[in-house]
Design a protein. Sequence first.
Length: 257
Amino acid sequence: MSQRLAGLDRALSVMEVLAQSGDEGIALGRLSAILQLDKASIYRILTTLKARGYASQDDKSGSYRAGPSLLTLADDYLSQDTLRSVLHRVARQASAEANELCHVGVPDGNYVRYVDKIEPELAIRVYSHVGIRNPTWTTALGRALLAVETTSHDDLAQRLDLDPDDLSHVASVVGQARDQGFATENEENEPGISCVAVAVERRGIGQAAVSLTVPSTRMSSERMEELGLRLRAILEEHLPPGLRPQQMTERMNEGQQ
């Protein structure tokens, strides 16, 4: 059995509590009580963490909080390069399981930019390629991202320059995406093609989305739900801490009843 380094273990415990303490921070005495360590030991750890930028201290209250180096470390771990590598694995697995075309897209203003494309064994004719941009409101990828970052018809109205009828339709399908945890599109972006997509979010901000693209002739409502839920499950298997599939409003509410 490998032996743990006691000093490093204590320092990591301090960093974990600092990360959980938020902007208000935490006093040395409280930190000592939580970790059941003497104040002198924790003070030495905090002094070292402050010197490296992993902790900071409020001049007035004396409370400690996470420092910029800790936040940078998390941002580096959740960088776009890391995320794209993870989502490439997700796309390969989803495409292989469903034997359908899989896309990965990232937000680009009010557009979604396609950054990865995995073809199934039996390729289908779809007008898409890595680098192409499509409006968020016409694609399942974009609608999944809108479901993360908007909460109402008014939010969408402020974000999208659409006529009232189109806006009403988009609000309806985006609201459905919030409820069920995946977005759909049925022959609206390309004739004969249907899509289902799930967004990846971090603290309520859409980072990317993954979709499965299927000929409409074999995309029943039952299969659309099956693929949407499976996409969610695959994402949950692969996403690192701090990232998650888009929230499922309807099922969250059911769990609270």
